[in-house]
Design a protein around this ligand. Structure first.
Ligand code: NDP
Ligand code: 2IT
Length: 449
């Protein structure tokens, strides 16, 4: 184990997701450090793996029956070498410091890859919006922002959505910030289209991930047309991944939530996707209801006694994990390979365990890791910031075309960096190296800070 990992594990022993994210980067950037001894001398790994600042706070709020609840709020401001801190907020009961530090760490390199001027951060709370009324969610968001507002700003730190934080939550958070600060600014991205949001931001992560997959396939003289795809999740990223795959002629046969998954052999078409969007975004129901409506499909409940996820055990060409971290383990990866899957595009952040990644690489899959594949979301957040600064709104075609150009450029940066450091075709190593070099050079230019 390298020195830096020993230091981190000794200092924060319980943070296994954070260790996992750091380990992947440390391992893949070794050739960069070997070629540039000044990075080691500057203790760049030690600096890059320590957050600039971590904010943790109490969030007291009252439910509709008058009972008081106390949640914990966080913001991890990891690195601002390239621009103001930038990254999403996650509201989910599993949220803890380890998960937010891993997400903030990955965000730094992802944001660097976008070519836009953004540092990296992540935040959120162990609050669970599921089953809460709109008023309860609003009161929680107002309580959360009462503290968070002291630490963010349009030139300091610009949050956005992530798991459990969608259009509704962003609206309440923005309203609370505006009331406290008495300013209407672009302090958060993913805003409503009528009040400062960018067209294509809701679609951006899913579309971007599919654009990246299409780029990888194009290098092999292939396309998504006629390809069968497995998609996990049923939230923002999954929905727009499905929409774009359908548009490019592919067929999606699965979707999931934390209770189970559906398999539709005939494929999820536009009408079925519209049903899922209404189910998830408006009615806030469970994916199980898909089977009541489309009886040719099959629902399988999560079974925690299994050591694999049956969603990844169907014949397919491509897989797009779009739910959460570590949702593909070693066995799932082997099942994907055995079922003929040749491409994995990570819409989610760190959805594959290190053992799963080894299997993808050993079997020469086209494997696009999250930092590259899902960077389209934060990229269009960056475009939203640009539009807010100009007080202009770009048309849909313009934002979509910029998103395509950015995904194309990330794809090329990954290939170039991988080739330069003798791991040709390894998109994961290429993404880590390209992001790392950009951030550390900026850090060195800015002195010992
Ligand atoms: P949403 O909240 O819209 O959807 C999340 C989906 O994943 C839901 O279907 C949810 O099911 C499922 N899910 C969440 N946690 C778990 C879990 N622990 N086990 C099983 N299923 C789970 O979030 P997003 O679509 O925005 O985010 C999905 C992934 O994409 C995350 O990893 C996020 O970090 C990443 N991402 C998101 C971006 C964005 O712009 N939104 C940008 C880049 C990456 P249920 O409803 O049952 O909880
Ligand atoms: O993980 C991510 O990149 C996001 N959740 C989006 C962050 C953003 O600032 O748009």
């Amino acid at each position: 184990m390298s020195d830096i990992l020993e230091i981190i594990k000794a200092r924060d022993p319980g943070e296994k997701e954070f260790h996992q994210a750091v380990q992947e980067v440390v391992e893949t950037v070794q050739p960069v450090l070997d070629r540039n001894p000044e990075y080691r001398h500057a203790k760049i790994l030690e600096r890059i793996a320590e957050p600039r600042r971590v904010i943790m706070f109490r969030v007291p709020w009252m439910d509709d029956s008058g009972e008081i609840h106390i949640n914990r709020g966080f913001r991890v401001q990891m690195n601002s070498a390239l621009g103001p801190f930038k990254g999403g907020l996650r509201f989910h009961p599993s949220v803890n410091l380890s998960i937010l530090k891993f997400l903030a760490f990955e965000q730094v390199f992802k944001n660097a890859l976008t070519t836009l001027s953004m540092g990296g951060a992540k935040g959120g709370s162990d609050f669970d919006p599921k089953g809460k009324s709109d008023n309860e969610v609003m009161r929680f968001c107002q309580a959360f922002m009462t503290e968070l507002s002291r630490h963010i700003g349009p030139n300091i730190d610009i949050p956005a959505g992530d798991i459990g934080v969608g259009a509704r939550e962003v609206g309440y958070l923005f309203g609370a910030y505006k009331r406290i600060s008495n300013e209407f600014t672009g302090v958060i991205t993913g805003k409503g289209l009528g009040w400062g949001g960018s067209l294509v931001r809701p679609e951006a992560t899913g579309y971007g991930c599919v654009y990246f997959a299409a780029e990888m396939l194009a290098v092999q003289n292939e396309s998504l047309k006629g390809k069968t795809c497995l998609v996990s999740g049923a939230g923002n990223v999954a929905q727009y991944t499905v929409e774009k795959i359908i548009e490019l002629g592919g067929k999606v046969v699965t979707l999931s939530d934390s209770s189970g998954y559906i398999y539709d052999d005939e494929g999820i078409d536009k009408d079925k996707l519209a049903f899922v969007m209404r189910l998830k975004n408006i009615r806030r129901g469970r994916i199980k209801e898909y089977v009541d409506k489309y009886s040719e499909s099959v629902y399988t409940e999560v079974d925690n006694t299994l050591d694999y996820n049956p969603l990844w055990n169907h014949k397919a060409d491509c897989a797009f994990p779009s739910a959460t971290q570590n949702e593909i383990n070693e066995k799932d990866a082997q099942n994907l390979v055995n079922n003929g899957v040749k491409l994995v595009g990570e819409g989610a952040n760190m959805p594959s365990t290190p053992e799963a990644i080894d299997i993808f690489l050993d079997n020469n899959l086209l494997y696009a890791s999250g930092k590259a594949a899902n960077a389209g979301g934060v990229a269009v957040s960056g475009l939203e910031m640009a539009q807010n600064s100009m007080r202009l709104i770009w048309p849909k075609e313009e934002v979509d075309s910029r998103l395509r150009i950015i995904m194309k450029s990330i794809h090329q940066s990954c290939l170039d960096a991988a080739a330069e450091y003798s791991v040709p075709g390894n998109y994961m190593a290429g993404a880590n190296i390209a992001g790392f070099v950009k951030v550390v050079n900026a850090m060195l230019d800015q002195g010992l800070i």
